[in-house]
Structures are given as C-alpha cells and as structure tokens.
Design a protein around this ligand. Structure first.
Ligand SMILES: Cc1cc2nc3c(=O)[nH]c(=O)nc-3n(C[C@H](O)[C@H](O)[C@H](O)COP(=O)(O)OP(=O)(O)OC[C@H]3O[C@@H](n4cnc5c(N)ncnc54)[C@H](O)[C@@H]3O)c2cc1C
Length: 360
C-alpha cells in the first residue's frame, strides 16, 4: 500500500519536494497551501543561485549548494520538457570585488573549485572592464566570474514544478489553510482545517516557510523569523553592455539581474530586520539599493522603474539555515523551512534530504 504524504506549503521548497517525491510510485501525495503557489517568500525572490561562487567549501553548507547546482543542471530541462513551458534562466554570475577586498581569498577559492571540478575565474580590473562594458568605467577592482552558477525565475520554476508533479499524480489543494497537526497516534497524523473533516496521512512535511513556527509549536520549538527584502524592476530601451554576455552582476551584495526580453533588470534585495519587533519596509534601504545599482551600472539611471516589491524571508533564530529535520514523538512530521536568503538555491538538495528521511 502507498504511503500517504501531506505537504503543507507550496513555495519553492514544498513544490520541489512534491515533484521529486512524485517520481516514486510508493507515495500518494497531497499538497496544501493557504494561498496560490509561490505567493509568499518565493514570489518575491530574485532566484539568484550562488552556489559555486559562495565561500562555502566543505560541510553541510557546501554539500547543499553543490548538490542543488548539480540537480539544477538536469531539473530545468526536465521540467521544461514535462510541463511544456519555458523557465527563464540567466547563465553566470559576476561578483565585483572592491579594491579593499581580500583578493587572495578569491584566488584560493578558484583553486579549490578547480580541484572540485567546478569553474571559477578571477578577472583582473582590465578584464572586468572589457568583459562588462556596462559597469562604471571608474571601477578599479577585480571580479569573480562563475559561469556555472545561474539565476532562475522562481515563480515560473514553482509553477512548472507544480504542473509536472500534477502530471505525476500529486493532488494540490490551494487556498486551503492547515490550522494544526495532531501526531499523537502511532499510526498516522491528522491535519485540521477550518472547514473540512480531519485529513489523515502517514507522514507530514511542513514546508510552510514563516508559517512553520505556529504549525510546529505543539511538537517542537522552531522559531522562524521574517527578514524583509525589497527589490525593483528597471526597464531600459536596450540591454546593458554586451547582449551576448548578460550574467547576474553582484556589487556590494546588490544583485543586478537581466530578466527577459523587455530589457528589464531586477535589482535587489535589501536585508531588513524587524526594529523593536516591528517589520516596516525602510525607504532609505530601497534608495541605497538603487544608488548602488546605478553607481555600478550607470545606464540603469536612464531606465524606468516599472515595479517595486517586497517579501519576507524565513530565517531560523539561534540555529543555522535551513531547518531540515524530523520532529514530534513518532517522527511522522518532517520539516523543511528557514532557508532564509537561499531557498531557491537549496530547494533541490532539500528535497533529496527529505526523500532520504522518508525511507527511515
Ligand atoms: C526579496 C527577496 C529576494 C530573494 N532572493 C533570493 C535569491 O536570489 N535566491 C534564493 O535562493 N533565495 C532568495 N530569497 C529567499 C527565498 O525567497 C526563500 O528562501 C524561499 O522562497 C523560501 O521558500 P519556502 O517554500 O520555504 O517558503 P515560502 O515561499 O514562504 O512558502 C511557504 C508557503 O507556505 C504556505 N503556508 C504557510 N502557513 C500555512 C498553513 N498554515 N497552511 C497552508 N499553507 C501555509 C504559504 O502560503 C506559502 O505559500 C529571496 C527572498 C526575498 C524576500
């Protein structure tokens, strides 16, 4: 008999887990979300996947990144074929280093990546200005180019994951909030909703982002706090720089992301913690972001701001991100949340870990 699995939350984490598990005939899967898919943090994300270019070289933090980047190489074409859609992707990330930055650290990272059979190039200031005509001609620093890292449209990706999982038999229930989980019985878990009879399942996977804290509070103290991010979309009349080399550019932690055929660029994102427990989007943070972007690529100042948006990243308090664990007395509840700034990046590796945990 198949194992009944309920997944609570259909952001990038829940959708990726649903799709990866749907490839096994052992599971009967239902996914619940209190809204439509990819509306919460995932709907605000820029989808920049900083894997190879991250400074992590070993341990859990690197393994999660490495496994995700590897899986993305096959996942995107696979989904495009199954779901019959195009998922917008930007290939390559360039990080601009300020002249004060520790260059030796990046040269060492490039060597390590070569040993790990990944590519990472350190460009000198002249190469940087030649390869990226869009950046400020006053720039005098080095840059790090990661051709195998990418950016993916998080909403298009989540939508494709949902479509592909549906084709594999997963049942999605949108606009359906789960109020609580009861896991006292040794045989099953009960999900309680405001208006339906109790929903039974063998295992529950909580991928509810910020909603995980409330859902899990009777079972385990998992404190997930919001960290706000704001971003803008700027429309230009022509692409920045060389149309044949349009990587994501990262300068002072601000991402400039080429996105789509409209000569549009996403610029983001701010990192704003609650002040005295209150979360308010700071205009000054957004202005600083914009100023860094136009100081980096001055032609952005000629563009029109066509959209600004914000979202709340789920960040675990007092423990490293992300939280991927078993909780509750009978270990029937699994949790995958708190991916903070890297949920899109880490979704495939998270799904792999959850899949392995289900086997135990
Ligand atoms: C501005 C911004 C930029 C970002 N940029 C990047 C980036 O470039 N790269 C990257 O990797 N990450 C980025 N992130 C982080 C990324 O967005 C998150 O880490 C990721 O989206 C978390 O995914 P999730 O599925 O865990 O959560 P969410 O997307 O928040 O999904 C959780 C879902 O659970 C549902 N839910 C909650 N409670 C319940 C309940 N009781 N019942 C039913 N459903 C429930 C919600 O409706 C929601 O759909 C960014 C975030 C922001 C805000």
């Amino acid at each position: 008999m198949s194992t009944r699995i309920s997944i609570i939350g259909c952001g990038i984490i829940g959708a990726t887990i649903a799709y990866e598990l749907s490839q096994s005939t052992e599971y009967r899967i239902d996914v619940y979300d209190r809204q439509q898919p990819a509306q919460a943090a995932t709907g605000a994300a820029l989808g920049v996947l900083m894997g190879i270019i991250s400074q992590k070289v070993k341990g859990r933090a690197w393994n999660l990144r490495r496994d995700s980047i590897r899986r993305y190489q096959t996942l995107i074409p696979e989904l495009e074929q199954i779901a019959g859609v195009k998922i917008p992707v930007t290939q390559g990330i360039v990080k601009l280093l300020s002249p004060e930055e520790d260059l030796a650290k990046w040269v060492e990272l490039a060597t390590t990546r070569q040993e790990q059979e990944w590519k990472l190039e350190v460009w000198n200031p002249r190469q940087t200005l030649t390869n990226l005509p869009q950046i400020n001609r006053q720039f005098r620093g080095h840059a790090v180019y990661s051709p195998q890292d990418l950016q993916v449209d998080p909403v298009a990706l989540t939508t494709a994951l949902v479509a592909a999982a549906q084709l594999n038999g997963v049942n999605f229930h949108f606009d359906r909030a789960i109020e609580s989980i009861e896991a006292d019985s040794p045989d099953c878990c009960d999900l309680l909703t405001p208006d339906l009879p109790t929903l039974n399942s063998d295992r529950v996977i909580v991928t509810a982002g910020l909603g995980a804290t409330n859902l899990l509070s009777p079972h385990a103290p998992i404190d997930i706090q919001p960290v706000l991010g704001q971003a803008v979309q700027i429309r230009l009349s022509q692409p920045l720089g060389n149309p044949d080399l349009q990587p994501v550019i990262v300068s002072e932690d601000v991402n400039i992301v080429p996105c789509g055929g409209n000569n549009d660029y996403w610029v983001g994102a701010t990192v704003e913690f609650p002040l005295d427990g209150v979360m308010v989007a700071q205009g000054a943070c957004l202005e600083r972001l914009y100023q860094i972007a136009i100081a980096t690529c001055p032609d952005l100042a000629q563009g029109e701001i066509v959209r600004t948006w914000q979202g709340l990243r789920p960040r675990p308090n007092h423990r490293p991100a992300p939280v991927i664990d078993r909780v509750g007395k009978n270990h029937r509840i699994l949790v995958a949340t708190g991916h903070y700034r890297n949920g899109v990046l880490l979704a495939p590796a998270t799904a792999r870990i959850i899949s392995d945990m289900l086997l135990v």
